[in-house]
Design a protein around this ligand. Structure first.
Ligand SMILES: [Zn+2]
Ligand SMILES: [Zn+2]
Ligand SMILES: [Zn+2]
Ligand SMILES: [Zn+2]
Length: 472
């Protein structure tokens, strides 16, 4: 299995070929874990598909000008899945009289502008499609095929090592070589790997040792808890990637554990620990599967009853689920509401408020322009203003939030302070962490156009604040 080269970056690859390859990898992995004798057969299929997928993807979709294919037949095969996003980009180009979505604000001249356009396109798609982007759509938009030096979208070649950067000419290839270090190449390989398009989390059943949460970090705590050591080259095969990505998914619960270990709260085993997860989406729920909850119970054996209240406009149906974990109970409540709506109808009394990667300010300004641009009558609610106002009224309750970058963490805190000042509320930082040791380990392109840090991680920064009524 190891002798077969892994699928490399999808930047300039045919989407259909790459996803076929991923599917066969998945089958091979299945055969290995089940020790089935189909393995030989599947390895042959994999070899064949690898040979095919090394064909350059020369056919570019004429609608969006972004999606690439090896052949017209693969373009047609992908039509049903690609159609919705393609149509939005096609309409946008027509409306703005441009011949590539990345030219939304004219020719791109620097990285800041590229990040700005990418984040605007993602928002436009989100509003128009009325749903979050799928992993493949995120990858297509967030990691577009573009020359790393001059940002042209024409005829491109990519880096042999990571396939995560491209260049338009020999001259620009030399320039990229100058600053593309081997560490960068590895990070980009992990961003560009088509494995990112797969939903591959392993469901971990057995848990072993706890750790000192305050003194540990994600991979170490994960290793102690599961006996699984993650690979340092996770893009080389699906099994390594799967474990790496599973470890990364413990970032949400790890951040919660870290926050809990920094605040004093009553560990009365009869009393339920109540966590409000505010601004939750389907993506947030991935952080709270049974294995993640087992991790929390391992670190906090005194917690016997856990209540998780998920609040978010896109959560769908109101409802609750109950589950039992050897002598422990977990109740998950789902509210398709914002926190301010929730606090109007329900009694608010949590142990802790958790907000994973909110966007308190920033999108607000961009959004109005965008909403005008896409002319949709009922845009989704991006506005945290109201919500923040209610959140900071949970006096004495620790409010924990994570941010994707240092700049974002600062602007999120500024937003809280501003709303607090307007409402005559005091804000105290419980501690001031620069880096969250439980951030995700899967790198991302920085979506923030005002921030020059190129690579970021989900839950990069963690902050815990307390609020109280101002005394006179
Ligand atoms: Zn193909
Ligand atoms: Zn298209
Ligand atoms: Zn160039
Ligand atoms: Zn490279």
């Amino acid at each position: 299995m190891m002798s077969i080269s892994p699928p490399s970056g999808s930047l300039l690859k045919c989407y259909v070929c790459v996803s076929n390859e991923c599917r066969i990898w998945k089958e091979v992995l299945q055969c290995c874990t089940e020790k089935s004798n189909n393995l030989e057969n599947n390895l042959q299929k994999l070899q064949y598909s690898l040979e095919k997928s090394h064909v350059r993807a020369k056919v570019i979709c004429r609608g969006c000008h972004m999606q690439r294919y090896c052949s017209v037949s693969h373009l047609l095969e992908d039509r049903p899945e690609h159609q919705a996003l393609c149509q939005v980009l096609r309409d946008l180009q027509k409306l703005r009289k441009i011949d590539h979505p990345l030219l939304l604000h004219g020719k791109i001249s620097d990285r800041r502008q590229l990040q700005f356009v990418v984040s605007q396109l993602k928002l436009i798609l989100w509003v128009k499609l009325g749903r979050p982007l799928t992993p493949r759509e995120h990858q297509l938009m967030g990691d577009p095929a573009i020359c790393d030096v001059c940002f042209s979208t024409g005829d491109l070649e990519d880096c042999d090592g990571c396939a995560g950067v491209a260049f338009c000419s020999l001259e620009h290839r030399q320039l990229v070589k100058g600053y593309h270090s081997s560490k960068d190449c590895q990070t980009l390989a992990l961003i560009a790997t088509p494995f990112r398009q797969l939903d591959v989390l392993v469901n971990i059943q057995r848990f072993f040792r706890s750790c000192l949460i305050k003194e540990s970090h994600l991979t170490a705590a994960f290793h102690k808890a599961t006996n699984i050591m993650v690979s340092s080259t996770p893009w080389t095969d699906l099994e390594s990637y799967q474990l790496f990505s599973t470890c990364s998914s413990f970032s949400g619960i790890g951040s919660l554990c870290l926050a809990l270990s920094h605040i004093s709260w009553v560990t009365d085993p009869d009393k339920a620990v109540i966590v409000y997860v505010v601004g939750a989406t389907q993506e947030t729920l991935i952080y709270f599967q049974d294995m993640h909850l087992n991790f929390l119970f391992l670190q906090f054996p005194n917690i016997h009853n856990l209540e998780l209240h998920f609040m978010g406009r896109t959560l769908g149906q109101m409802g609750e689920t109950r589950s039992a974990f050897s002598k422990r109970t977990v109740i998950k409540h789902f509210y398709p509401l914002t926190f301010s709506q929730f606090s109007c109808v329900c009694n608010v009394d949590p142990t802790v408020v958790l907000i994973l990667q909110p966007d308190f300010i920033g999108t607000g300004n961009i959004t109005q322009n965008l909403v005008n641009l896409v002319q949709k009558k009922d845009p989704p609610d991006f506005d945290w203003q109201d919500c923040l106002c209610s959140i900071i009224r949970t006096f004495g309750v620790p409010i924990c939030y994570t941010s994707i970058s240092g700049i974002k963490a600062m602007s999120d805190f500024t937003a809280i302070k501003k709303v607090a000042r307007e409402n005559k509320i005091d804000v105290k930082r419980a501690y001031n962490l620069t880096d969250n040791p439980y951030r995700e380990i899967l790198p991302l392109h920085n979506p923030d156009p005002l921030d020059l840090e190129r690579i970021v991680y989900a839950n990069n920064y963690l902050e815990v604040v307390f609020t109280s009524l101002k005394k006179y």
